[in-house]
Design a protein around this ligand. Structure first.
Ligand code: PEP
Ligand code: MN
Length: 362
């Protein structure tokens, strides 16, 4: 005979191994009714393996809703009892780890604002010593893989065996279509450095809006992510946090059903699937290069405007030689040939001059 506690522990272990691992639930637990209704509607989709809810919310500014606190933990416990869905919450302090474990939370996650802070990560790690619970670690808000890897190492050194990564995008200055730029190449690099860790994509915090969630989900699946964490709410528009990016459980079901799941289900297809995966990675990197080049041209246009206002010539040879010399010096490390660097910079330079000229002639 298994105890109830063992049964849920097994359910959590099973869920952790599910591929794709689909985690969903509200940004924040708000009320008991909201948590229970969300959990039931998510369970009814038949496509969700784990219930998420923020209990303690690190908010950008004081005065915003900072989470319901430990009072919401029994709601999650109840939701698990009703639906069988294992639960996961964000923890940022030792006390939060203790409280979450007291209420049988199955999986903990470290949020992006915590991963950036080694003191906080260490405190969480210390509280986890001797505990057997899976931990997901979100990327830090800034694009720093060492910081992300450092957080993984701190949690691993505390003896945690089941560690997973969550890619939620990186904060960047200025307007982009994303709330947090995905910078897929960074997540891919992190995955390559930790090949045995599952990596989950969090399209909600990457997009910050509903209309582009589907394409980001698809990209993640194309890149062979192990799962998705998507925020859902019974009344998204009136959510107490992250209202713009949440979707109803029913909408989530539709979106999951619209994903093209790429399988490698036959041996003969294995080789092609591997090749396809590499090609997908190249496609995504090419897309990103184009976006970066386009940003570069926009800056060139600003420089053009400045030169126009101040009556300076477009071509400044010194500055150009300096750029090329720097690129050559870095060439060894990047593995790029001198010939390629020269051709590349010539092309970029010409395009840049054309953009500047357009502004100056306007
Ligand atoms: C969240 O998952 O609600 C959250 C706060 O995310 P992040 O740490 O990615 O900002
Ligand atoms: Mn959120």
């Amino acid at each position: 005979m298994q105890t109830a506690e063992q049964t849920t522990a097994n359910a959590a272990q099973e869920a952790w191994k599910k591929r794709p691992l689909i985690i969903s639930g509200p940004c924040s637990a708000e009320t008991e009714e909201q948590v229970l209704a969300t959990a039931q509607r998510l369970a009814a989709t038949g496509r969700v393996n784990m219930l998420r809810a923020g209990i303690w919310k690190p908010r950008t500014k004081p005065g915003m809703f900072e989470g319901i606190g430990a009072k919401g933990l029994p709601w999650l416990q109840q939701a698990k009892k009703l639906t069988g869905l294992p639960t996961t919450v964000e923890v940022a302090t030792g006390k939060q780890v203790e409280d979450a474990l007291t209420f049988d939370v199955d999986v903990l996650w470290v949020g992006a604002r915590t991963t950036v802070n080694p003191f906080s990560v260490q405190e969480v790690a210390d509280a986890l010593r001797g505990v057997n619970v899976p931990v997901l670690i979100k990327n830090p808000i800034n694009p720093d893989l060492e910081l992300w890897a450092g957080a993984v190492e701190r949690i691993a050194r505390a003896g945690i065996k089941d560690i997973g990564l969550i890619h939620r995008g990186f904060s960047s200055y200025g307007n982009t279509e994303f709330r947090n730029a995905p910078m897929w190449h960074l997540a891919i690099e992190m995955k390559l450095k930790h090949p045995h860790m599952p990596i989950i994509n969090d399209p909600s915090h990457i997009c910050g809006r509903r209309d582009i969630l589907q394409e980001v989900m698809q990209r993640a699946i194309d890149l062979d992510y192990d799962g998705l964490m998507i925020e859902s709410h019974i009344d998204p528009d009136n959510a107490w946090s992250d209202a713009k990016q949440q979707i109803t459980p029913e909408r989530l079901k539709e979106m999951l059903e619209a994903i093209i799941w790429r399988k490698e289900d036959s041996n003969s297809a294995e080789y092609h699937a591997a090749l396809e995966k590499l090609r997908q990675q190249i496609n995504h990197l090419d897309d990103e290069l184009m976006q970066i080049l386009s940003q570069r041209m926009k800056i060139a246009e600003k420089i053009g405007q400045y030169k126009k206002d101040n009556n300076i010539t477009i071509l400044q040879t010194n500055r150009w030689n300096e750029i090329i010399e720097k690129a050559f010096a870095k060439g060894d490390k990047t593995g790029l040939s001198k010939e390629f660097i020269t051709k590349y910079f010539d092309a970029v330079h010409m395009e840049s001059i054309n953009h500047q000229k357009k502004v100056m002639d306007a």
